[in-house]
Design a protein around this ligand. Structure first.
Ligand code: DX5
Ligand code: ZN
Length: 216
């Protein structure tokens, strides 16, 4: 079991993004999480390829890109070219998920699938062995700073059982409403990676918050 932290720059200070990336470089964070939103798949628009390209030039940690967009297949190569190391697509946005995962691997990236809060983990049983990670949404995607959905703990445990049963080598990542309280229970339930946006960037000492979140 790993305990990785992926701070989401959705809650960073965009007037001073370089400073926040430098903070992540210096911290004990393992990845940097990017929330790409198209205003169609989710009711919000965030940022896209140019931001990732610029951050790539200064970041010392792998870029963990979460695509909340329709037709992600059209953008696999552009995100690889911008510097994504891990590319995660939504189950609900992919009609031919197996093909999409194959295309992400073909471009040399790690591949993840994200499930919305209402999507059961058992739908992944025939693809779990092809996935480097599963990202479980613990809020409805689209916005930072929302309340954690408690059913997520059950989903983590069910997903962990599926991974063990299938002898898969898949990480479990959780996204939304992560703080010390939810983070502790998530790690205990079997999560490997925690995304944290507002909890890290809204804290007085983000470096310390990242360090403490790892050790909850
Ligand atoms: C929501 C995003 C999350 C978000 C998490 O659509 O996928 O990554 O930034 O934000 P917090 O940690 O503030 O709930
Ligand atoms: Zn995310």
């Amino acid at each position: 079991m790993s305990r990785l932290i992926s701070p989401s720059i959705l809650s960073a200070n965009f007037n001073n993004l370089g400073r926040d990336i430098e903070m992540i470089n210096l911290s004990e964070a393992d990845w940097i999480h990017f929330d790409v939103m198209d205003g169609v798949f989710v009711p919000n628009i965030s940022f896209g390829l140019p931001v990732i390209q610029h951050v790539k030039k200064v970041a010392t940690k792998p870029l963990d890109v979460h695509l909340m967009i329709v037709n992600p297949d059209h953008f696999i190569k552009p995100f690889r070219d911008s510097g994504a190391d891990i590319l995660t697509v939504h189950y609900e946005a992919c009609t031919h998920l197996h093909r999409t995962i194959g295309a992400i691997h073909q471009e040399g990236m790690k591949a993840g699938v994200c499930l919305n809060p209402h999507t059961p983990v058992l739908l992944l049983e025939d693809i779990i062995n092809d996935l480097d990670l599963v990202l479980l949404m613990s809020v409805n995607p689209g916005f930072g700073g929302q309340k954690f959905i408690l059913n997520t703990y059950q989903k983590v445990m069910r997903l962990k059982r599926l991974i063990i049963e299938k002898q898969a080598n898949t990480l479990i990542e959780i996204d939304g409403g992560v703080n010390f309280e939810t983070g502790k229970l998530l790690f205990e339930s079997g999560a490997d990676v925690l995304v944290a946006g507002s909890f890290v960037f809204g804290s007085n000492d983000p470096l310390r918050t990242i360090k403490d979140l790892k050790m909850v």
